[in-house]
Design a protein around this ligand. Structure first.
Ligand code: CO
Length: 458
């Protein structure tokens, strides 16, 4: 039997309409999903945390507690970016520890941790903390294609992950570039060498995902991520209902409770209609994009490039920039194109082409990366390029977080006027500006102005 992780209330709406589903909608669905027989519901983390405060004026911790209250039978899962937690910089170990602790205390069962570079040292702390507070830890391997990202590379990585004490492993194909034949080879090899349960997470953007899932299932994958239709396909995961039906009567049958599925369907439909109507969900998000496989670049990165080039009035350079991406990626040691590497590589390719010279102008993040501050690169970087950008600067080779002082107590003291709980301190630590504005509104609501009828004009 294949197990299903339902993603519509996290990755589904994150991929399709910029993570704008409200807590009320998430809770309404989770109450029903709890009866469906899913292995887990992915409900928190990723961009949901920032989006709650920034766009919805909602407390992400409160969302988690409300979901937990209506999910008595199903595990709740979150996505966690290793030492970056849910933010964009490296945090000290005590902040990572506290974030895992509070996530679990507020209701998370499974923490899915990944690192953009697959540098396991950036995952160590999150694994340790998750286990310490009684959570289940899944480590996700960022999947990409390159001369170094071979089946052997992933088997070796998975063996390290097994040794680290993870409870399960996930192949995280954020770009949707895993094709069926490669999935068969990868899953077969991993199942042969690894004892831990194996999960597959991919996206339908390139149009091959359902075929890839079937190939992976036949090769022995234990768990797959799907999203309730019509909040599925396009830039999101394959449809939960379609996969459940396709496997009916086979030894892989996920045996979902159809009554619960049918109960949720009109609600999901109404939510999709709402976001189509208000324009947040662009119908183009449901189209198959063949460029993903042609250029091996995630959909989000392609749309960012188009926006950057349009802003610069340079769309005529689009093809040239696309050809520059593999060059930059090779120079940087083949990083998987996932946040924050996808932004770095994309922006650098644009700068190289628009300036007519490679690495004449370089973003601060790329300099940090070349200093070793993001961790170990999958392949060695091009030393000529490194020299051109950072000269003879010292390059760190230790675990980047080893250089960070503990910061939680400092942050707590710093924010004592705004934060009323450790959860608030964590929100502020990750998104200082957004959380300051949100918490100020939350704890100091605008006073209700008393009005009195009087003759204003006499
Ligand atoms: Co995803």
């Amino acid at each position: 039997m294949v197990k299903i992780v339902e993603t519509s209330v996290r990755d589904g709406h994150q991929s399709l309409f910029a993570t704008r589903m409200t807590t009320e909608e998430v809770v309404r669905l989770c109450r029903i999903y709890d009866k469906a027989g899913f292995h887990a519901i992915e409900v928190w983390g990723g961009a949901t945390f920032d989006s709650c405060m920034r766009f919805l004026n909602e407390d992400p911790w409160e969302r988690l507690r409300q979901v937990r209250a209506v999910c008595k039978n199903t595990k709740l899962q979150m996505l966690f970016r290793g030492q970056n937690i849910l933010g964009y910089r490296h945090y000290s170990d005590d902040v990572v520890d506290m974030f895992c602790r509070k996530s679990i205390e507020n209701g998370i069962d499974i923490i899915r941790v990944f690192d953009a570079l697959n540098d396991v040292r950036n995952l160590e702390m999150a694994v340790k903390a998750t286990k310490k507070y009684g959570g289940e830890c899944q480590i996700a391997m960022s999947y990409t294609t390159s001369p170094v990202h071979t089946v052997e590379y992933y088997v070796k990585l998975a063996k390290e992950i097994e040794k680290m004490g993870a409870d399960s492993i996930c192949i995280k194909d954020m770009a949707g570039v895993l094709i069926p034949e490669d999935a068969t080879r990868l899953v077969t090899a991993l199942k042969k060498e690894i004892k831990l349960p194996l999960e597959l997470h991919s996206h339908c953007t390139a149009g091959v995902c359902e075929m890839t899932y079937m190939a992976a299932i036949r090769a022995g994958v234990d768990i797959v991520d799907t999203s309730m239709s019509p909040l599925s396909n396009g830039t999101a995961q394959p449809s939960t209902q379609a996969l459940n039906t396709s496997l009916k009567g086979t030894k892989y049958d996920p045996k979902l409770n159809l009554e619960a599925i049918h109960e949720a369907e009109p609600i999901v439909s109404a939510i999709v209609d709402k976001y189509l109507k208000n324009g947040l969900l662009n119908p183009k998000s449901f189209e198959v994009n063949p460029n993903i496989l042609k250029y091996q670049v995630p959909g989000g990165m392609l749309s960012n490039l188009i926006k950057q080039l349009t802003d610069q009035d340079a769309m005529d350079k689009y093809e040239e920039v696309l050809r520059e991406i593999p060059v930059v990626r090779k120079d940087l040691g083949y990083p998987p194109l996932v946040t924050p590497m996808s932004q770095m590589v994309g922006t650098q390719a644009v700068l190289n082409i628009l300036n007519g010279e490679r690495y004449k102008i370089v973003a601060k993040e790329v300099k940090d990366y070349l200093h070793g501050r993001y961790g170990k690169t999958p392949a060695p970087v091009n030393e000529d390029v490194r020299k051109k950008i950072i000269g003879d600067d010292e390059v760190i080779t230790c675990r980047p977080a080893d250089l960070l002082e503990p910061e939680f107590e400092k942050l707590k003291a710093q924010y004592q006027n705004i934060a009323r709980s450790d959860e608030d301190v964590l929100s502020l630590a990750l998104f200082e500006q957004v959380a300051t504005q949100f918490l100020t509104r939350k704890y100091n609501p605008a006073p209700e102005v008393e009005t009195e009828e009087f003759e204003m004009f006499i």
